[in-house]
Design a protein around this ligand. Structure first.
Ligand code: FAD
Length: 378
């Protein structure tokens, strides 16, 4: 049996390792830090549907339930509020620990405080889950990550979020290439952050951004802060010889929101299964994850590009027009924060909807067969 080595004990590494072990693999996971989950570089907002699909109990990491969002741009706002929980705010360190425990339970050996080998030897398979600046990718000649954003986030206590069930998203020129956010953890604690394209200074922009957050931070006290990079497009190859890349190392991230846990873990689960069951045919992983997720990642990329290209005042006008046309109600009904192609499909199917009629042509771009489709069985 081939030995499977996993480099990195983040969510993607733990899920890849667990999946390989579940499929009969002999797995060793290396995490360079002495503890799983640290340092945290995440806002911890993940869809309920995505978390459920990963298949590991996450209750120990739950902090808050989210039902929707207030979207702000150019002086206009739109509230999208669903009747049920759409996402959770989590303690990312606890989530990573839950995933690592689940992997250990299936027989994965976890080595802490040690780096994984950069190259597999003697029939080993190496899964690179070592994050956005993957050494595994660099050492094995994978193509570079092309689009990165850099983010800065700070927690505040004694804050006054408008509604603890709603995240706030700010499409502002202070965050070129990304956006600003306020994520409530409870009635008085929030995570406030902002991202900018690589090369920008997110901390400087962040200080300006918080000065414009009317009300939320009045009298609030700053607490912990973090910074980190997010890849916004997948690498053009994620398998080479006996090496596979998963998660941020592969760029399996939603370009619209920067969320990487759901797609990264979903792809990692496929990678672990292929490594254990088809060690001679690792390319099956590349085929399977692209068949399942490429279309949605492309739609995220398209929407990110569109938002980056439109000036803030025009986004404000679009929000006002969307409110007039009932886009908020449509998004409550059909919105999917992970898989926007589902919204496009709904546009097509909901011919009775005014928006459906107007945007039918746009939707057909995203649901065309050229963008893939089919079975996910590796
Ligand atoms: C500010 C910010 C906010 C974010 N908010 C969200 C959010 O709200 N929701 C969401 O879904 N995503 C969010 N993301 C993205 C999310 O954090 C990542 O997509 C996710 O962590 C990727 O998981 P991963 O396992 O691929 O990589 P990582 O979580 O980066 O884990 C990689 C691990 O590999 C270890 N490692 C590195 N090199 C080696 C080596 N050579 N040997 C052994 N170990 C090694 C590292 O120590 C690390 O533990 C955010 C990112 C940032 C920067």
């Amino acid at each position: 049996m081939n030995r499977i080595l996993v480099s990195g004990g983040g969510p993607a590494g733990c899920i890849a390792a667990r999946s390989a072990a579940l499929n009969g693999g002999r797995v060793c996971l290396y995490e360079e830090h002495r503890r799983i989950g640290e340092p945290v570089q995440c806002s911890g907002l993940i869809s309920k549907k995505g978390l459920d699909s990963i298949g590991v109990n996450y209750s120990a990491a739950l902090l808050n339930e989210i039902r929707g969002a207030d979207v702000h741009a150019g002086g206009a706002s739109m509230r999208i509020l669903a009747g049920e929980t759409k996402a959770f705010v989590l303690d990312r360190a606890n989530l990573d620990c839950a995933y690592a425990e689940a992997a250990e339970k299936e027989g994965v050996r976890i080595v802490l405080g040690e780096r994984a080998p950069l190259h597999p030897s003697g029939g080993e398979i190496l899964i690179g889950a070592d994050g956005v600046f993957s050494r595994t990718a660099a050492a094995n000649g994978f193509p570079e990550q092309r689009r990165l954003v850099v983010c800065y986030q700070r927690e505040f206590t004694n804050a006054k979020p408008a509604d603890r069930r709603l995240v706030s998203v700010y499409l502002t020129k202070l965050s070129p290439g990304f956006f600003g956010w306020v994520i409530p953890i409870n009635e008085e604690r929030v995570r406030v952050g902002l991202g900018v394209s690589k090369g920008g200074n997110p901390k400087r922009q962040f200080e300006k951004f918080i000065g414009k957050l009317n009300g939320v931070l009045d009298g609030a006290k700053p607490d912990t802060s973090l910074a980190g990079f997010i890849p916004l497009s997948p690498r053009t190859e994620t398998v080479s010889g006996d090496v596979m890349l998963v998660g941020d190392a592969a760029g399996q991230v939603k370009a619209l929101s920067g969320g990487g846990v759901y797609f990264g873990c979903s792809c990692a689960s496929i990678a672990g299964k292929v490594a254990a069951l088809h060690p001679e045919n690792l390319w099956r992983y590349e085929q399977a994850w692209r068949r399942e997720f490429s279309r949605d990642l492309q739609v995220h990329g398209f929407l990110r590009g569109a938002l980056d290209a439109i000036p803030e005042f025009a986004l404000g006008l679009a929000i006002r027009a969307g409110g007039f046309l009932g886009a908020d109600g449509f998004l409550v009904r059909y919105g999917d924060m992970d898989r926007p192609s589902e919204i496009a499909r709904a546009f097509r199917e909901d011919s009775a909807s005014r928006l459906g009629k107007r945007f039918n042509n746009v939707a057909s771009i995203f649901t065309s067969s050229e963008l893939g489709g089919g079975s996910n069985d590796p």
